[in-house]
Write a protein that binds this ligand. Structure first.
Ligand SMILES: *Cc1c(COP(=O)(O)O)cnc(C)c1O
Length: 299
């Protein structure tokens, strides 16, 4: 069974010229979005060790959680389909009259979707217990766990010691924890939160780290959520178009647009030391833009 079907050959590193004068920093972006259109960017990395564990423990079904627009759900469905696993998605909220693209595609990959109320969705243990007779390998929402983070740590194999800074978007914090695990001692990992006012988020990151890893350099930035998770005011969409014109990098409205915008802003504010070499992680997620009217984005 070939786990690493994505290969590493399609991923590439691209230079970005932010139009900021007197800035001596050098910025590259790691195009993990190129791995696969649906098993997008970081989801592949966060899932890989879970899937390996499921194989090693003889499970044939992966079950996980997510919302109707979850990149994690679609990635799990597609990845399992490719590997011949069955998959079950526990979806937050009632079954919608009009299913999102994400749910339709997940179903097309054979994922069994089970809708649970928003209240019950919060009680994951209870949900898991209700399926105790099934032989499911459970993966947390967003792949959140030490195993998910260790899988994400592989992303650092593209980031050599010449980089001083690594910057990523943060949802559950799994990817950020993975980057911290593998970052070199002189490197700083900066996470851009896409959530509004989640004070516990930094704890979610540090809970996945050992005491030694907690001493490494990292910082979580608030204030780039544009109104909250998945909120996308016109100004953000306009900026995505502008950024694409300048850099030819497509971004998604939930994560990477806010990430790339934040790097621009942090450069202007002098957040990075002079002559820093910065790697932005393009973690994928582009299929999320399908919820926009056709033509709103130029890419
Ligand atoms: C899921 C996702 C993230 C967030 O990753 P976490 O490990 O949950 O913090 C970032 N970017 C994209 C494109 C994603 O789909």
């Amino acid at each position: 069974m070939q786990l690493n079907f994505a290969g590493k050959h399609k991923v590439f590193i691209q230079n970005i010229q932010y139009s900021i004068e007197s800035n001596s920093c050098f910025v590259n972006i790691l195009r993990l979005d190129e791995i696969h259109p649906l098993i997008s960017g970081n989801k592949f990395f966060k899932l890989q060790l879970h899937i390996l564990a499921a194989i090693n423990t003889q499970y044939s079904t992966i079950a996980t959680f997510g919302g109707a627009y979850s990149n994690h759900i679609i990635a799990t469905a597609c990845y399992c389909h490719q590997l011949g696993f069955k998959s079950v998605g526990i979806i937050r909220g009632e079954e919608p009259a009009q299913k999102s693209n994400t749910l339709l595609q997940a179903e097309a990959f054979g994922m069994q979707l089970i809708y649970v109320s928003r209240e019950l969705f919060k009680e994951k243990d209870k949900v898991i217990r209700s399926f105790k007779d099934e032989n499911y390998y459970w993966v947390n929402e967003g792949g959140y766990s030490r195993l998910g983070a260790e899988g994400a740590a592989d992303i650092c194999s593209w980031i050599d010691g010449s980089y001083t800074d690594i910057v990523c978007a943060v949802g559950t914090g799994t990817m950020m924890a993975g980057l911290i695990i593998e970052a070199k001692p002189h490197q700083k990992v900066t996470g851009i939160s896409v959530l509004k006012g989640n004070e516990k988020l930094i704890e979610s990151v540090t809970d996945l780290l050992t005491d030694e890893e907690k001493k490494k350099h990292f910082e979580l930035m608030d204030g780039y959520h544009f109104g909250g998770y998945a909120k996308h005011p016109e100004a953000l969409l306009d900026w995505m178009n502008l950024f694409y014109h300048q850099s030819k990098v497509p971004t998604d409205l939930v994560y990477t647009a806010k990430l790339c915008y934040a790097v621009n802003d942090l450069l202007q504010k002098g957040y990075f030391a002079p002559n820093s070499k910065i790697m932005i992680i393009h973690s994928g997620g582009l299929q999320g833009n399908n919820s926009l009217p056709a033509g709103r984005l130029v890419f």
